[in-house]
Design a protein around this ligand. Sequence first.
Ligand code: AP5
Length: 217
Amino acid sequence: MRIVLLGAPGSGKGTQAQRLIQAHGVPQVSTGDLLREAVAQGTELGKKAQSIMASGALVDDDTILGIIRERLARPDAAAGFILDGFPRTIGQADALNVLLAQLGQPLDAVVLMEVDSKALFDRLTGRRTCRTCGLVFNVHTAPPPSPPPCDGRCESPDLFQRPDDSEATIGRRLEVYEASTRPLVEYYRREGLLRSVDAEGDIDAVTARLNAAISAQ
Ligand code: AP5
């Protein structure tokens, strides 16, 4: 399975990708996660990306494409992948087409996760991540169990809020999505790859709709 999860910040790409990994046995490739790892490790890439991410802007295409080329060359991506948060610009989508043609691994589908902008804002302001086990919660819609441990994977939940989930930065990220990433909906519709999923409501119900969209011919 080779798919792109396309959608605004907070549309549930990461949440659903985690479920698809288990169901389909292919890795999630999240450019946001790869950039956050680089920031945490203090690499040159991380130093360059940190302030850009905190502002809600996009990291430049050349940098992102370097990360993607390296990640898709790893053995675990040979059987397929779930692209989460990439591509995000027309330039990235064009470069992905070239790369996948070289690898002989064309995309099966691009799934648009559709969520109302008010719900996106609530999801992003409420998101909390466990620093220890990496699980993502939401103070409004998916709170961590109390008392700890949060899921048995770690001793105690150590929740933090992503720096780019501040109200001001969320607004900027949603603007950037509309200006730079929304045009990909039409791009992939023209390529015959686009499938849309109602990504609001119960997380299990969204997973069921997503799986149905992926398996539809
Ligand atoms: P990235 O990490 O990719 O962030 P994003 O696309 O803004 O997406 P999010 O991670 O915020 O949301 P999500 O859709 O994964 O939602 P989630 O499942 O967590 O990118 C961060 C930054 O890195 C960018 O701004 C940019 O600077 C840079 N970057 C990354 N990729 C780049 C690229 N390709 N090019 C250039 N720059 C790049 O869910 C959100 C919350 O909602 C959670 O709390 C969750 O529990 C909750 N939730 C999920 N589903 C539901 C549901 N059905 N009902 C209720 N709550 C739900």
